[in-house]
Design a protein around this ligand. Structure first.
Ligand code: FNU
Length: 210
């Protein structure tokens, strides 16, 4: 079973397609974020799907009023995105506007140190919101496996946990999967390595046995 998601945070279209193609064998999905969309345009989503045959996650962390979230999500799903990542702190109406259009992933806690300032104190409420709305999944921090275990214990079964923060941010894929994550998201440790295919294969093997 494949549980690795590539965070493809490069600007250039050719480089993105090359890295995605050579790592696809070891991935469950490819995640695009603002750097790649700004650098290469929304059309990169369709191209990545064609080249890899994998689902594409649009990590836009949408956090706007319902109407604006809807306007953005419509175009992004139309471009071929299979999932959109959204912030939950803006409230259920804003999240619902995206969920009405397609599969959604809600951020319940982030992986960087600053997440402890405002987001972590709201995590319990964000879990409540998630359990009520039942989206595809949530984002939780691979940098804090104990928090992933906590989030898993409170989350309705069936809602997936996707965890960024492995590698460059200090988290370990095997540890966070043991704590209850379903997927690990890895960017720099793959795309910035000398041999992205080798790096993806090593990570895939590290987490395959969990
Ligand atoms: P890498 N990401 C994250 N932490 O790192 N979407 C979060 O809490 C979150 C994210 C994204 O560090 C980040 O924007 F909600 O190079 C980047 O695209 O492995 C990726 O996950 C991590 O990249």
């Amino acid at each position: 079973m494949k549980r690795l998601i590539l965070a493809l945070d490069v600007y250039e279209r050719e480089r993105a397609l090359e890295i995605a193609e050579c790592t696809a064998d070891y991935l469950w999905a490819v995640k695009v974020n603002w750097p790649l969309i700004i650098g290469s345009g929304l059309g990169i989503i369709t191209e990545l799907r064609q080249v890899t045959g994998l689902p594409v996650i649009a990590d836009l962390k949408l956090a706007d009023i319902p109407n604006t979230n809807r306007l953005i999500a419509k175009r992004v799903f139309d471009a071929g995105a299979d999932y959109i990542i959204a912030h939950g702190f803006v409230g259920r109406d804003s999240v619902n506007a995206i969920m009405e259009l397609g599969e959604t992933i809600i951020v319940v806690e982030m992986s960087h140190p600053g997440a402890e300032e405002f987001i972590q104190p709201a995590t319990d409420k964000l879990i409540e919101l998630t359990n009520e709305l039942e989206p595809f999944g949530v984002i939780a921090p691979a940098t804090r496996p104990e928090r992933v275990a906590y989030i898993r214990s409170k989350l309705k079964p069936g809602i997936k946990i996707l965890t960024p923060g492995v590698g460059a941010q200090g988290g370990r894929g095997d540890e966070v999967l043991k704590a209850g994550a379903d997927y690990v998201i890895v960017g720099r440790s793959i795309y910035a390595s000398e041999n992205p295919r080798e790096a993806a294969r090593n990570l895939h093997q590290e987490i395959a046995g969990v």
